[in-house]
Design a protein. Sequence first.
Length: 108
Amino acid sequence: MTDTYKPTAKIAANATKGLELREQFNRGGTDVGVNRAKQLAERHELTEADVKSMHSYFARHEVDKQAITHKWDSDTDPSAGYVAWLLWGGDEGKTWADAHAKVLHKSN
């Protein structure tokens, strides 16, 4: 059986906020990010592959925090990168995915 991982309530809240901001401002995230946000918001059990995907996303997109257009961590003028970051679980999602990915890497 494949191991599964349940997102925390804070990760779910971040994903929900990301979906709401995306709807309100019509920016941020891809279909993949929206689907991930729905999984996280509903606190679905994730697979090892999902955790690795989250870890990879955050590694690639840390640079988005430096965007000049719109604002990081804003509810009134959020950058597309900030909305996308939230869709993947926000800072708590990154910490969670990184911790699990580290354990997974050691076991493989």
